[in-house]
Design a protein around this ligand. Structure first.
Ligand code: ADP
Length: 343
């Protein structure tokens, strides 16, 4: 996987002045993703193993501001590793964007004696964490929880693998009915800014074309290819489109194809929020457990404001700043594979 941004040497991320943490808070923030519960469990149990007090903050930054903060013990995370969603709930919180909101959040954390935070979320949540810990003296460790896999400094984000598996399962089913009727299905998957779900699920289901935001869509080329395949009687069943593709969504593409190639019997399927839910895959449970464990270790070692990632199967630490700004690049080779395998 190609990564942009330069990761730091882990030893540079340790603040020697950092006081030892004793009470930590954990929360899920921003978009939810399957595997967040497995991660909460790992944070809580690793913290308790090391003698820390662990607090669950409900609804992310909103719960921090509302003082919805409760002590957790080992039993409070029993039987959740296999559950989708997040027992701590998640939210988006405008008030945290203001200095007054963040000051309120800080006062609440202090009232519980919380001196370290683990934030499971996406780049927006990391941005908030970075600003918060610059203003107030609380080290924050980020864990990438997003189905989109659009964060640099890690090969995996919690929820991505499950979302891809959900999409693959759905597209396989769509293919059966598409095949029965000789229909062309345009399937829209999630990914406003990132095409990874489209790319992985499209390759995994043998899609004819995969349209993603990272690559400018040449609609004339897509039309020409479909026309050429129609001429040589190659059945085309599936085109996968990421919701954020520059040309538009599945409906936009279907309209153009209908207008230009009336011979195709076209249907659109928008997979939507099913991609966010469901029991996490074994892969997501594994990375969530490793990242949750590692985040607590980071706080104990005095690392400040880093995101925990996994690169080449090793734990990897990126300053929250870089995790915010950098995006992963789509490999040109993968796009070539799509073309060759669909010929
Ligand atoms: P995600 O973490 O999934 O990317 P969002 O972008 O919605 O989700 O961010 C989650 C929350 O993080 C926001 O609702 C807000 O409370 C906080 N946040 C995001 N950006 C900032 C910012 N620039 N300053 C302060 N808080 C922020």
């Amino acid at each position: 996987m190609l990564l942009e941004g330069s990761p730091s040497n882990p030893s540079q991320l340790i603040d020697p002045m950092q006081k030892k943490v004793s009470k930590i808070g954990v929360m899920t923030s921003g978009g939810d993703s399957p595997g967040m519960n497995a991660c909460i469990r790992a944070v809580v149990r690793t913290g308790i193993y090391h003698g820390l007090e662990v607090f669950g903050i409900t609804r992310g930054y909103a719960g921090m501001i509302d003082n919805d903060i409760n002590r957790m013990d080992s039993r409070s995370v029993a039987n959740i590793i296999q559950r989708g969603g997040t027992i701590l709930k998640t939210a988006r919180c405008k008030e945290f964007m203001t200095k007054e909101g963040r000051a309120k959040a800080y006062e609440n954390l202090k009232s519980h004696g919380i001196d370290g935070l683990v934030i499971i979320g996406g780049d927006g949540s990391f941005k908030g964490a970075q600003i918060f810990s610059n203003e107030f003296d609380i080290p924050c460790i980020g864990i990438p929880g997003t189905i989109d896999k659009d964060i640099a400094g890690t090969d995996f984000t919690i929820g991505f693998d499950t979302a891809v598996n959900t999409a693959v399962e759905a597209i396989d089913k769509i293919r059966d009915t598409a095949d029965a009727h000789d229909r062309l299905f345009i399937v829209e998957v999630m990914g406003r800014d990132a095409g990874y779900i489209a790319l992985h699920s499209g390759i995994g289901t043998g899609a004819e074309h995969i349209l993603i935001p990272e690559k400018k869509t040449d609609v004339e080329q897509v039309l020409a290819s479909l026309q050429e395949k129609e001429k040589r009687k190659k059945l085309v069943n599936i085109v996968v489109v990421a919701e954020g593709d520059d040309f538009g969504g599945a409906n936009d593409l279907a309209k153009v194809i209908k207008d230009r190639i009336p011979g195709f019997d076209i249907r659109v399927a928008i997979l939507g929020h099913i991609q966010r839910g469901g029991s996490p895959s074994s892969m997501d449970r594994l990375i969530a457990s490793r990242m949750g464990y590692s985040a607590v270790e980071c706080l104990l070692e005095g690392k400040v404001n880093v995101m925990v990632g996994i690169v080449n199967n090793k734990m990897y630490y990126t300053p929250l700043d870089n995790a915010v700004k950098a995006k992963q690049k789509i490999s040109e080779e993968w796009l070539k594979i799509v073309k060759i395998l669909a010929s």
